[in-house]
Design a binder for this molecule. Structure first.
Ligand code: FAD
Length: 389
């Protein structure tokens, strides 16, 4: 057994991955988690499709992240490594039609977690539930457990405390004031992978999906599908635009191209054919009933003019007034700034304290990229520690 102990706080995917690698490398690992169970947000991510990573080539994969630091870390433990690791704990995967990587059919998220926890137990990782981190200094962590305050000495400490959405899973960003008090630079947490509230009410279209559209904001464009909700719009192209719109003044316009595969001139030609406009939209342009319902909201003059209607099909404006409340969104941008961390992800002020996962200031779209970066940062820090100890 090597010099120890190594304490990890937070049993989400980033903390579990760090624990796994450190235990594999022969360290004594104690993981403290405030909930009664591990990885509640990891399980929430499994509702409606558990995409653990994505199959795209690593060069385009890493472009999904916003900073070069996180891109380097993801390259070092990438999607291919994730698939091999999952197989090593008994979880085969498959690539879905969208390129996302899921556990093999019939394997539920809880089974993935159980396989991982069983593997960690075999490696000798001690997980202590219902322990909440209150504070730390250069050698000791202070935790509360059962209404008692306990102090534990550490050799190395890893903070894996998560982002600030879905507080009910335990990721309540309670660590932010603690780290600010220690003069660590924290970029304010903000909604990421968030839908938008719209100025216009789309209640009549609630639940309806616009497929194969392209969404744009200024020069940034993203293909995908969006769904109307009682407050506005949700969907992956919107999530992609979050980081470009966040710094702007709301309200602002996003534009939907309802027929990205066709140029405006070709659409005009189709609309100039004889026949009722709604019939042409449906049968010649093959637009969905949702797209047609959206176009019917245009003023009559625009709807009846092939040129104006074609321009609206290519550039339908949606005015958005806000991102969704932070607690509802899939992830948060912001967190511990890379400028507060060295290349091993240790805090400059506390060289034996490391940060991993979503609590670091990086962002990426949902679709496996978030979990991948959590796995990668956990692995990165574990390997950095093992090189030293
Ligand atoms: C609805 C939803 C869907 C998602 N879908 C996807 C998806 O499809 N693909 C994808 O890649 N990602 C998805 N994600 C995101 C992904 O789940 C998170 O990015 C990931 O779980 C973050 O991992 P983490 O280890 O950094 O933190 P977390 O998973 O948030 O874990 C942090 C842990 O730290 C514990 N903790 C916090 N404070 C303390 C304290 N003071 N003391 C002790 N313990 C503490 C928490 O209880 C928690 O268990 C989704 C998230 C949500 C909410």
């Amino acid at each position: 057994m090597k010099k120890g102990p190594i304490i990890i706080i937070g049993a989400g995917p980033a903390g579990l991955m760090a624990a796994q690698q450190l235990a594999t490398d022969g360290h004594q690992v104690h993981l403290y988690e405030k909930n009664k169970a591990a990885a509640r947000k990891f399980l929430v991510a499994g509702h409606g499709g558990f995409n653990l990573t994505h199959s795209e080539a690593i060069d385009t994969f890493v472009e999904k992240y916003d900073t070069h630091e996180i891109r380097n870390i993801v390259r070092a433990f990438d999607n291919g490594h994730t698939v091999k690791w999952l197989l090593s704990i008994g979880i085969p995967t498959y690539i879905g039609s969208s390129g996302k990587i899921f556990p093999a059919k019939n394997i539920k998220p809880i089974q993935v977690l159980q396989a991982w926890l069983t593997h960690l137990a075999k490696l000798g990782v001690h997980i202590h539930y219902e322990h909440t981190l209150l504070d730390f200094d250069t050698h000791t962590v202070t935790l509360s457990h059962d209404n008692t305050v306990v102090n534990k000495s550490y050799h190395k400490l890893i903070l894996a405390l998560g982002g600030g959405s879905w507080a009910k899973t335990g990721s309540d960003a309670g660590w932010v004031p603690m780290l600010i008090d220690k003069k660590i630079h924290i970029t304010p947490l903000q909604a990421s992978n968030s839908g938008y509230n719209t100025v216009d009410d789309f209640i009549d279209l609630e639940g309806q999906v616009l497929k194969n559209i392209q969404l744009s904001f200024k020069d940034t464009k993203k293909l995908g599908e969006i769904v109307f909700t009682k407050y506005g719009v949700e969907g992956s192209p919107l999530y992609y635009l979050n980081r470009f719109t966040r710094t702007q003044d709301f309200p602002l316009y996003l534009f939907i191209d309802l027929k990205p595969s066709m140029a405006v001139e070709a659409i005009i030609k189709q609309l100039q054919a004889t026949g009722n406009i709604s019939w042409l939209l449906k049968n010649s342009l093959k637009l969905s009933t949702t797209a047609i319902a959206l176009l019917k909201r245009l003023d009559r003059q625009t709807f009846l003019s092939p040129k104006s209607l074609a321009r609206s099909i290519k550039n339908y404006p949606i005015q958005v007034c806000a991102l969704r409340p932070i607690d509802e969104v899939i992830s948060t941008a912001g967190g511990v700034a890379f400028t507060s961390l060295n290349t091993d992800l240790a805090l400059h002020q506390f060289p034996n304290v490391y940060c991993v996962g979503e609590m670091i200031d990086w962002e990426a779209p949902t679709g496996g990229y978030l979990l991948q970066a959590c796995f990668s940062t956990g692995m990165w820090v574990a390997k950095a520690i093992s090189r030293k100890v």
